[in-house]
Design a protein. Structure first.
Length: 592
């Protein structure tokens, strides 16, 4: 029997030594992690813990025996092209500390370079994220990076700080001594001790990836998508790079002469989100736990692993991801949302609903070869229905797994469409439209999916903005970037007037049924006037037919301005539900 031995050794460092190794490229970042730092507040908390002498966790390195697949920390070139040690766990801590102690910019989660500025108040040893007020206050060292990056002796730093502080008032000897001591203690953080566990170079990449997953599986930093991204970095790094590039390009509108990009006004996806789409499309699974095991080459029945099985599963993922990242597919899918009345991210209540709708689009297009004009209408209806009912807001993976199993029964495009229609009909019953939905609209939540469905229905029905000849759809164009929003949510019964009538509860005042979209100049002019006062004045600008049509599509009963407020809310919720239903049913008929 072979003897099992530990595959790591313990090595002690101080922070200055670690930073030196990073700066020269002796410590590098393996491609099993992302080059993104924490939020500034988390960096602040790390420095505060170190300053107080608290432990901040061990580091895990891998002694490097390979020359490829690594990259340095930071954006500046390194003297040593091949690092001797790769960071397996602790990358966020070291990247953050390197950025602060060396004053370097780092790449954040939005793929932008940024400077981390942490402030320190020597009088009481307090750390804070720098802001405008702190930068103006001589009590603070606004950016502690300057202490180490300047290269000045610490006594000079203390002398300059005390001189600036004395301009505010006389300092006692005790104050000077405490301030000097605290700055000196801050400066000495470069000697903070770290313990690293170094994995032997004989351990292969798959084992290192497995160690990384195991040591993080008990925490909250990684989810199942991160585990799969870890494997991708080892066995299909180009695939992970493609995910990250897609998401980077989706965050910025392309220039006029730039090639097509995934940029859109609905979602700026993260790599793990696009991975979920590819996995659901390729493996017909929403839960990622088992997919991770499949990609490792595990037979879920025998629990045996094999390289051949792993390669076969990665082939499935490669083909599925190619479809998910296909720009034609992506933009055609997004046009389904536009065709269903949705215009921008402001109308999307659930990103999971959007991404799962994309999975169904891909299945309909690639697996069932449904004609595009039919698929556009079907997926538009599906997204409308799933958003309205909050289908994926509770246990999204569980529900999606069930939906994928149902779709697995389909044999052709007609049966695929029939199954989706059956699932919609099972929720959108007659009672849903007349009882459940009006009750669902009894809320003051500004992010209620029913509100977004109502606006989408207004877009589909060609509604004009209330008290205007302009279309709702035109003023919701996300490409418009006015100084002030073209449309504002307006209280039909103004807050000030309601409060004057004794209605003080904001949940009552801010009911969805008390809001309508108005152009902002109109909103300002109405202010707190009673509806009985302002409505007759506005009515003069429209013909009888225009006025009736406007009231119909804004779910306003004629003569609403004279109704008791509570009765108005009840009646309008019913009418709003009816408009939403009309918009949804219209999606059966329109050709997109």
């Amino acid at each position: 029997m072979s003897e099992l031995k530990t595959c790591f050794k313990k090595v002690d460092y101080d922070l200055s030594g670690l930073l030196h190794y990073i700066e020269f490229g002796d410590i590098g970042l393996p491609d099993i992690q992302r080059p993104f730092v924490w939020s500034n507040t988390k960096v602040r908390d790390l420095l505060d813990s170190m300053y107080r002498g608290f432990p901040v966790g061990y580091l895990l390195f891998w002694e490097n025996s390979a020359a490829n697949g690594t990259k340095p920390i930071g954006r500046d070139p390194k003297q040593h092209k091949v690092p001797a040690r790769l960071i397996v766990d602790g990358q966020q801590r070291l990247t953050s500390l390197y950025a602060v102690f060396r004053g370097k910019k780092v790449l954040d989660s939005d793929y932008r370079e940024r400077q981390i500025e942490i402030a320190f108040r020597p009088r009481d040893g307090k750390f804070e994220v720098a802001d405008a007020a702190i930068r103006r206050d001589s009590e603070w060292i606004a950016d502690i990076s300057s202490i180490w990056a300047s290269g000045k002796p610490i006594f000079q730093v203390i002398k300059v700080f005390l001189k600036a502080l004395e301009a505010k008032g006389v300092l006692s000897d005790e104050d000077e001594e405490r301030i000097a001591h605290n700055i000196d203690r801050l400066f000495d953080l470069q000697n903070y001790p770290f313990t690293a566990l170094e994995i032997a170079p004989t351990v292969d990449e798959e084992q290192v990836a497995d160690i990384f997953v195991r040591i993080n599986s008990e925490g909250v930093r990684l989810n199942q998508a991160d585990f799969i991204l870890t494997l991708m970095s080892v066995f299909w790094d180009e695939g992970r790079a493609a995910l990250e590039e897609f998401c980077r390009l989706a965050r910025k509108a392309p220039d006029n002469n730039a090639p097509p990009s995934p940029f859109n006004y609905f979602i700026q996806p993260d790599p793990d989100q696009m991975l979920r789409v590819a996995v659901a499309f390729g493996f017909k699974r929403a839960r990622l736990k088992n997919v991770y095991q499949l990609l490792r080459g595990k037979d879920l029945e025998t629990e045996a692993f094999s390289d051949e099985r792993r390669e076969a599963q990665f082939k499935v993922l490669r083909e599925a991801q190619a479809e998910a990242l296909n720009l034609t597919r992506w933009h055609q899918f997004l046009s389904c949302l536009t065709g269903a009345g949705f215009r921008s991210a402001e109308m999307i209540s659930s990103q999971a609903t959007l991404l799962y709708a994309y999975v169904f689009y891909l299945l309909g297009r690639r697996r069932f070869n449904m004609p595009e004009y039919q698929l556009q209408k079907l997926i538009g209806r599906w997204f409308f229905a799933a958003s309205l009912t909050g289908r994926y807001t509770g246990s999204p993976e569980t529900v999606m797994d069930s939906d994928l199993n149902r779709i697995g029964e389909a044999k052709c495009s007609n049966s695929f469409a029939s199954i989706l229609e059956e699932m919609m009909a099972s929720q959108l019953t007659g009672d849903f439209w007349t009882v459940t939905l009006p009750a669902y609209l009894d809320t003051s939540s500004a992010r209620n999916p029913g509100l977004f469905a109502f606006i989408a229905a207004q877009n589909l029905l060609g509604a004009s903005v209330l008290f205007s000849h302009k279309k709702v759809s035109d003023l919701l164009d996300p490409a418009l970037k006015p100084v002030k929003k073209a449309l504002e949510r307006h209280h039909l019964f103004p807050r000030g007037w309601l409060e004057g009538q004794g209605v003080k509860d904001l949940k009552k005042i801010n009911q969805l049924a008390n809001f309508a979209l108005l152009e902002w100049p109109e909103n300002i002019s109405i202010r707190d006037a009673s509806p009985v006062e302002y409505v007759p004045e506005v009515e003069k600008r429209f013909s009888t037919g225009e006025w009736a049509r406007m009231h119909e599509l804004h779910a306003l009963p004629l003569g609403w301005q004279g109704m008791p407020y509570e009765a108005f809310l009840i009646e309008r919720r019913k009418l709003m539900a009816a408009i939403i239903r009309r918009g949804f049913e219209l999606l059966r008929q329109v050709t997109i």
